[in-house]
Ligand binder design. Structure first.
Ligand SMILES: C[S@@+](CC[C@H](N)C(=O)[O-])C[C@H]1O[C@@H](n2cnc3c(N)ncnc32)[C@H](O)[C@@H]1O
Length: 373
């Protein structure tokens, strides 16, 4: 992929940009294989490649510069803004929207937050593209909120975003968002993924590469379809992507997720699916849910944050769960968790390249409990 910002040394976030894409992919496969290790009978499916540009459905733009000439991008080493609004990773809808959002900053008089003087109001503009756009303004306080509201009709006319909100992040820290979210327009962004429509609220987690996420969920469905699993859990379920893909008549699925908002969105996606599926979503801690359950299910899907499943690995090892489908964005914590579950043997694995031009990647592994001799 060609990137003017990289060539001009303005941004070096894509650490593998100079590596040919097929070599990036084979490097990721080698890394995943080394982390998971050799297991007799383990089948590696060919890696799922991504588009090399235009794949990233979410832009996290630091706002800097001045009210009249804001930069949307990153901060350099001195705390000054570098404008990256034409970053080729973002989906075309996001690239097209960023100049309008920069114009909105000027129109509404939203002073960019200056990290060196700790002055100003607008810290980030966050944009997600699904079936339409979700736009979030991360503000230091509610001071500028009236101006955002006043000029919102212009933004609605120019961009027709499905969702607009303001997030209040008062801390002087490199933290993307705060706890307070103020809805301004709409509530949920519809995110079609394969044959399922997920719904995202402003603070919901969602995979950053929609096309590769669709391939991931599709494999989760295909790899688990014929397993003898009448009961299944989707732990760390977010807005329910895995749960809604692995559900089928005769299978009871429970999704468990810390965020109540995400659970509400998942339930909405299930209710709008138009098919009768036995899926319920519960807000809570995955490990506590497993420990409190009367019976272990036949199948558990886990898709944890980067730290991995930690103590849950011990619970799974000691349980009677027959199959585990582990989707990981960090092969180091995956390897650690697999070591803690020696009775669950990797049978099938695949790399999904959610994050081209960086060393990051997703790995899906199907584990089966070894039959004791
Ligand atoms: C990598 S995301 C996976 C989301 C989802 N599976 C998907 O496909 O989009 C991890 C999710 O785990 C949730 N989470 C973090 N810690 C948790 C915990 N202790 N118990 C349950 N969910 C947790 C986060 O809120 C986040 O939604």
């Amino acid at each position: 992929m060609r990137c003017d910002y990289y060539d001009a040394a303005l941004c070096r976030s894509c650490t593998l940009l100079r590596v040919d894409y097929p070599d990036q992919l084979s490097g990721k496969q080698a890394r995943a294989r080394a982390a998971i290790g050799d297991h007799p009978g383990l089948v590696w499916e060919p890696a799922v490649a991504s588009a090399e540009h235009g794949f990233r459905n979410k832009a996290k733009m630091v706002v800097a510069g001045t009210v009249d000439e804001p930069t949307l991008g990153i901060l350099d080493a001195t705390g000054h803004g570098t404008d990256l609004r034409r970053c080729p990773l973002h989906t075309p809808g996001i690239v097209a929207a960023l100049p309008t959002l920069a114009a909105f900053v000027a129109r509404a008089g939203l002073t960019p937050y200056d990290v060196t003087t700790r002055r100003g109001e607008l810290k980030y503009v966050l944009v997600t593209e699904g079936d339409g756009l979700m736009v979030r303004f991360v503000l230091r306080s509610t001071e500028a909120l009236a101006r955002v509201r006043k000029h919102l009709p212009w933004l609605l006319q120019e961009l027709e975003p499905a969702v607009v909100s303001a997030n209040i992040q008062p801390l002087h820290k490199a933290v993307l968002e705060g706890d307070v979210e103020i809805p301004l327009v709409g509530e949920q962004l519809a995110m079609p993924v394969g044959d399922v429509v997920l719904h995202l609220q402003p603070r919901s987690f969602f995979q950053t590469n929609t096309t590769v996420a669709a391939a991931l969920y599709s494999d989760a469905r295909a790899w688990t379809r014929d397993l003898p699993a009448r009961t299944a859990w989707d732990l760390f379920c977010g807005v329910g992507g895995f749960a809604l893909h692995i559900a089928h008549p005769g299978r009871e699925v429970v999704g468990v997720e810390l965020s109540e908002e995400a659970v509400a969105s998942a339930a909405r996606s299930r209710d709008g699916s138009g098919t009768e599926v036995d899926v319920r979503f519960v807000a809570g801690d995955a490990l506590a849910f497993a420990r409190d359950a009367e019976r272990a299910p036949d199948l558990v899907v886990v898709n944890p944050p980067r730290r991995g499943i930690t103590e849950l690995a011990g619970w799974l090892e000691a349980s009677r769960v027959r199959h585990v489908l582990y989707s990981s964005c960090n092969v180091d914590s995956l390897a650690q968790d697999l070591n803690a579950m020696p009775s669950l043997v990797p049978r099938r694995a695949r790399v999904f390249d959610m994050f081209p031009h960086t060393a990051h990647h997703e790995v899906l592994v199907l584990l089966e409990r070894a039959v004791r001799a």
